[in-house]
Structure formats: C-alpha cells, structure tokens
Design a binder for this molecule. Sequence first.
Ligand SMILES: Cc1ncc(COP(=O)(O)O)c(C=O)c1O
Length: 372
Amino acid sequence: MLKPAVRPERPYFSSGPCAKPPGWNPNKLDTRVLGRSHRSGLGKERLKLAIDLMREMLGLPDSHRIGIVPGSDTGAFEMAMWSMLGERPVTALAWESFGEGWVTDAVKQLRLDPTVIRADYGELPDLAQLDWTSDVLFTWNGTTSGVRVPDADWIPASRGGLSFADATSAVFAYYIDWSKVDVATFSWQKALGGEGGHGVLVLGPRGVERLENFTPDRPLPKIFRLTSNGKLIESIFTGETINTPSMLAVEDAIFALKWARSVGGLKGMIARTEANAMALDRIVADRNWLDYLAEDPASRSNTSVCLTVAGADAAMIKRLAKLLEDEDVAYDIAGYRDAPPGLRIWCGATVDAADIEALGPWLDWAWEQQAK
Ligand SMILES: Cc1ncc(COP(=O)(O)O)c(C=O)c1O
C-alpha cells in the first residue's frame, strides 16, 4: 500500500496536553504582563479576564464561583478533597486510571474508608445505586478509557452529600448541568488546548457552605487553603491567586478562550467536538479491525476517544503509534499506559474535523506496515 497523499495539517491528537487552538502562535499572545507582578493592576486584570472568559464560555451560573489554583487538575481536585472531605461518608467511583487515583487518595492518603464503586475499562458502574447521603467523587469523562457519564440526571437535585466532579476532559465539550455540581475541577491543557500547571476550581453554594462550616482534622498545606478564619477567601475567585501563577499560561488560556468565543462559545465548541467524534466514528465504522473500548454509545466519550485494535498488544500499539509519529501524521495516539492496549484520539474542539478525516487512510497504512 502506498502512503496516502493527504496528511493531517496538524498532527496533534494527544489527550493532554491537547492540540493548540487553530491559528495559535506564541507571537499572538499578549505579553504585556510578563515580567510584572501578578498582583499589579495589570496582573489582576488579566487573571480576572481569564476567570470572566471561563465563566462566559462555560455558561456558569452566578451561584457558582470559579478560581485559578495551583497544580493543574490534580492540584485542584486534591485541594477540594483535602479541604472538604471527612464531614460525612464518601463514595468514590472509578472506571479508569484517574478515578482510581482519587480512590487511592481517599483510601490510602486521607484514610476515609470510602465506599468504592468500580467498573472495568470501557464500562460505567451502576449510577442509580449510589447513596447520596455521602459525598460522591467521580470523573466526568474518563480520559484513559473513553467512558463518560452521559449527563447529570443520575445526580439528585436534592442530595445530602456533595458531588465532586473531576471534569477536566469534559468541560467545553459537553453541556454540564451546574445545578448538579457542588465541586468541579479542570485544567486548561485539555479541551481549550491551553497549558498545564494551573487548575481551575468551580465551587457551587453547597461546596462553599462545606468549606465554611467544616474544618478537617488534618494539616493543609498553604496551596490547599481556601478559607481564612472560617470564611471562604473570596479574592481567589476574582484573580488573587494563592501563590504565583505563570502569567504566560494565563495569557495562553486567554487566547484559547477568545478563540472559543470566536467559534461560537460553548455551543460552537460542542459542535466542533461532535463533528470530530463523528468523523472518527465513520473511520471506525468502515474498519473491522477498529472498535471502541466504550461499548455503550451513550457513555462514549466525544473527547478522549479510545479504540481497540484487533489482536493488539502493547508492542503492536507502540509500533503503530511510532509509524504515524515518524510520518508526522499523528502524535501521541497510543492509549494510556494503564489502559488496555489501543489507540486514543482526542476529538476536542481544538482539533479540526478535516485532520481526523485525513487520519483514516493513514491508519490503514500503519496497520498494514506493522503487520509486515
Ligand atoms: C480525568 C483526568 N483527571 C486528572 C488528570 C490529571 O490532570 P493534570 O495532569 O492536569 O493534573 C487528567 C489528565 O489527563 C485527566 O484526564
């Protein structure tokens, strides 16, 4: 088989950090704040702008606060776990590696003796069986298995415990019913195509109530502290970060958010994501050696799409991914190291559908090459 004639224009299909927004170029970033204090008037203005744009692009209701915190998504989620859990029993859900990471935190580090509900890679646990008098931790979109929750209907409007969503590869790609979310976290490095390093923490009113009325019996490092004298530190949610942020990463996020606005905001971002997932779906449908790891289309991710490859083992996947990387056709599409061997192709909004379409013939080519 000859090499296909058309290459994806941008071979960036990594599931994090993800492709930069189309047209991104470092020279387009506003650098006025670099070399300046993040607490200067300009610094605070830019941080506030990032926050305001996120609020607008997410369609976040006024009831929810949003702030920039240290440590990427992990930092944001662990900050919430460490500062809010322990008031009541905890249920931790896991259906892939990142959810499993939060289980480890809850069991081994925080020693909360949580109820752990698991499902295998490719599946969701039974979400109807949860005890909502407990706090519930879950991953909205499991980036390493390509399984997401289909919606938030399984979260009761009236619940005793709090819902904690690791939503890092879900936000800007799905509609999120924020009334069902008490705590959510994400990082700019996923659907926005921004940088890692900073996390974003979204707090609903019940999350704030927990922070102000419950003091956990454990030491909290300064970078986890969200309250002072029993009150939420409101300034974190207007741009006064706990410690020094990378203003370059902030400017990069502002660029991405303005791009998101230019493609129609949340609605446009979701439409682009769906078009990408549909383009990949046509490729999968046409090939009997490719299939989804997530069997149920209702809970199949539109962002981190995980594919099985007939007869694949880790070595074969490595060969396939290397062939495509060496051709500058597709970077970073081998599945996650802890997941069953397969391919993972990011379909978030910063990827162009034409580039996904161009992948099809190249996948055939690599499939044939590796079999030689
Ligand atoms: C679902 C999920 N949670 C957490 C993380 C960790 O994110 P970060 O490296 O930004 O802290 C990732 C990263 O891929 C993820 O996909």
